[in-house]
Design a protein around this ligand. Sequence first.
Ligand code: ADP
Ligand code: MG
Ligand code: MG
Length: 894
Amino acid sequence: MPRYVYDFTEGGRDMAGVLGGKGANLAEMTRMGLPVPPGFTVTTEACRAFLASGTEPEGLQQEIAGRLAALERTAGRRLGQPDDPLLLSVRSGARFSMPGMMDTILDIGLTDESVLGLAKVSGQDRFAWDSYRRLLQMFGSTVMGVDGALFENALAALKTARNAPDDLHLDAADLAGLVETYQQLIRRETGEDFPQDPAEQLRRAVHAVFASWNGERARVYRRREHIPDDLGTAVNIQMMVFGNRGSDSGSGVAFTRDPATGRPGVYGDYLTNAQGEDVVAGIRNTVALDELERLDPESYRQLRGHMQTLEHHYRDLCDIEFTVERGRLWMLQTRVGKRTAEAAFAIAAELVEENLITPDEALARVSGEGLARLMFPRFDTTGLGAPLAHGIPASPGAAVGVAVFDSAEAVRRAAAGEKVVLVRQETNPDDLPGMVAAQAVLTSRGGKTSHAAVVARGMGKVCVCGAEEITVDTVARRFTADGVTVEEGTVISVDGSEGAVRLGSVPLADSEVMRYFETGEESAGLVGVVARTMQQADAVRKLGVRANADTPEDAARARRFGAEGIGLCRTEHMFLGERRKLVEAMILARTDAERDRALEGLLPLQRQDFVGILAAMDGLPVTIRLLDPPLHEFLPDRTELAVRVAATQAHGDAPDAHDGELLEAVNRMHEENPMLGLRGVRLGLVVPGLVAMQVRAVAEAVAERRRAGGDPKAEIMVPLVDTVEEIHIVRAEVERVLAEVSEATGITVDCPVGTMIELPRAALTAGRIAEEAAFFSFGTNDLTQTTWGFSRDDVEAAFFSAYLEQGIFKVSPFETIDREGVGRLVEIAVTEGRAARPDLKIGVCGEHGGDPDSVHFFHGVGLDYVSCSPFRVPIARLEAGRAALPDTEGSDSR
Ligand code: ADP
Ligand code: MG
Ligand code: MG
C-alpha cells in the first residue's frame, strides 16, 4: 500500500514531487536544524487519489491520525484541547510554486470552548478571539464556500462602527462580537453550523486543500505557467505559531537578495502583531525588514543568520516566510525565489564570483526567455518632466496601456485588442485573469513581496507596486495622483525598472543589452554579465546557430548577433514591388521567348540581391531557398480584379485588355487550398526556366564575389520536396547551370544542393532523399501544418484557444515543437538521412529554431544547427549552450 504521510523530519528538498515544494523545503529546513514548527506532509499522490475518486484513499485517515498523535505528544497538548488547544495550519503546496493560487487554513482546532482555553493559558483574550475570527473567516470561505467578501464587509463595518483605522484598534470584545457575526453568517449562507469538532475541522480542511488544486485561480495560473494539470497538491499540517500575540510578535517575508535587480542585501517586509497571511494581503502597510532590527535585534540577528545559511545551502536566492512569536523566531517557508530576468543574470554571475556555483551552473540558471526580456526596449525619458507617481519597481520593463480598474474590464478590453494597465489598490488571486491580460500592473499598496509583485515577476510582466502617491477609486474607475485625475481608458506608461508612472505614451529606446548585441561593446554591470554568459554558452554549445535573413541588412545584423551563417534566405521578396510586373509577364507569357524575356529581366535584379547578402555573410554559409509560394500570390487579388473588370463593363467601356488577361490567369491558377497546391519544388518542375534563372543568379553572384576577392558560400535549397525524384530532376538542372556559369566566367562555382524536409512523406523517405541531397533543413512550420493537418492561418484564430483551454495542447505546436508527432518525424529523418549519407548536414529553419524548448529538442536529436530570426539568434545561442550542459540542477524556471 502506498505511503501517504511523511513527517517533516523524514523528507528533503529532492522530494518535491511527492511532498510538494513547500513540504520538501520545510523538511529540508527541519533537517538543517532551523526552527520550523513541527508537522507532517500528506503526499501529492493522496491528492491525486482523492481528486480521481472523490473520496480519501484507504488508510489516509489512519496515517494522519497516527502522525497527529505523535505531534500531540511532542507538543504536550491535543488538537483543540479545551483548556490548552494545539492549533494547526493546513497548507497547500504543489511541486511547482503557485503562490497564493491554492488554499491554506490557519488556526484549525479552535472552537467555542477552546477559544476560552487559549485566552486563559495565553493570558491574552484579544489574541484568542483574533485567532478564532481568522479561522472562521478562512474556514468559512475556503471549506464551507461562503463568499469571502461577506466576511470582509462585516469586518469593515465593525471597524467603521468602532471608528478603528485598522484591525489592531479592535479589542477582545469587538473580536468576540465579530466571531458571533461570522458564525451567524456561516449558518445563514450554508444552513450549517461551523463545526465544533476539531477532528472534523482538520479532515474538511485537508479535503478543501486537495480540491483547491482544481480551483479557478489555480487552473488559470497553471495554464499560463505550463504546469501540468495532473500533479496534485501536497498538504502540510503544521503546528501553529503566532505572530498575532502583540507588539513583540509579527510576521514577515524576506529575500536573501533583491529579486528585482539581484543586488545583494536583505529585502523584505514585516508586519507587527499579524499572522502571515496579512503580510501579502496588504491589510496594513508593512515596514521594511530593516525595521525589525530596531524592534527585535535578537530575532533579526537570527533571521539574518538563517538567511545566509539557506543561501549557502541552496546556493541560490531564497525567499522566506517567518513569524516571530513573543521574541522567538520561527521559519515557516523557504524556496528558491522567483526573480526578474535581470536579477537571474546578476545573481548567477555573483554566485560564480562567490565560488558557490560553476559557470555551467550559472548558465543553467538563466534562460533564453529572460534574455529576450532584457532585449526589449526601455522608455526614453530624456526631456520629460517628473513622473506622475513613484512606486516600488517590482518587475522591470516598459509598458504602455490604458488604465483599467478591475480584472474583468482588463480581460474584456484586452480581448478587443486594446493594451491595458491594471490599476488596483492591491491585487489578490481573483485578479489573475486581468493580470494575465494586462501589459502592466500598478498598485497603490504593498511591497516587493505583495501578491501583485510576486505574480507579475513570475509572469515577466511589468509591475510597479506600493505607489502610495496615487489614490485608487475602483468604484468611480479612476485614480488621482499629484492633483491629476486619471479616468479609466486614459493612456499611461508604467516603468517597472524605475518604478515610475507617467501620463500618456512615453517613447521607447533600445535596451542596453540590445545595444551590446548591436555594437559588441561590453561594459560593466548587466551588459558585462550577459556578455560573459554568452561566452560560456558559445563555449559549451554543440549546435550551430544561423539566421533566417532575406536582405543584406538582416544578414549583417544577424552576424553582429552571432549568427554563423544564413539557414534560410527566402527569395520571394525579390519578386515583389517593381519586380511584380516582370513576374506577371512571366506568368502571362504565351511563348517561350516571352517567358525568357521576363526571366532575363529578373536575373540581374536577383543577382544583385545575392551579391549583397553573400558579401554581408562573407566566409559563412548562406542557404538560398528556391521560390516557394504559389505564383498567383504575385498576381492581384481575384475579387478585386473581378470587380474592376465588371465595373468597367457596367460602364459600357471596353474592358482593359491587361486586366482581362490577368483575371483569366488568376481564375486559371486559383487554388482551393494553396498551402497544398502548386508551390515549392513543384513550381520549378512545371514552369520552364524558373529554376535555371534563380540558380544562374546565385551562381553569377558567387562568381562576382569571388572575383572581388570574397569568400561566398552559397547553398541551394529545394523546398517542399515529397520524393527523391523531384530533387533528382532539380539537381540535374542546378548542376547544368552551375557548369554553364563556371564555363562562362572561368570561375568554378560549386554550390551544395540540399532540400527542406517539411512534408511527412519526405521525412519518412529521408534515406532515399539523402542520396540526392547534400543537406536537410527541417521546415518545421510546414511540417507541423502537414503533420497535424492544420492550416495555420485558419486554425489559430478558429479553435486554438479552445484547444489550449481544454488542455489538448499545453502550448501551441507552432510555438514549441510537438515532440511526440512532428518531433518523431524529425528523428526518423535524421536517423535515416545520416544512415544513407553520414556527412549529411542537418539544420532547422522553421520558427521553432528560436524557441527555447525546441532548441533543446534539436540539440537532443543531434542536428548541426538551428536557424531563426536575427533577433532570436542570441536566445538560440544561449539555449543551445544550456541544452549542452550536463544535467545541472538549474533553478526551477517556473
Ligand atoms: P501560500 O502558499 O499562499 O504562501 P502558506 O501555506 O504559506 O500559503 O500560508 C499562508 C500564510 O500563513 C503564510 O504567510 C504562512 O507563513 C502562514 N502560516 C502557515 N503555516 C503557519 C503556521 N504553522 N504558523 C503560523 N503561520 C503560518
Ligand atoms: Mg507561503
Ligand atoms: Mg515551408
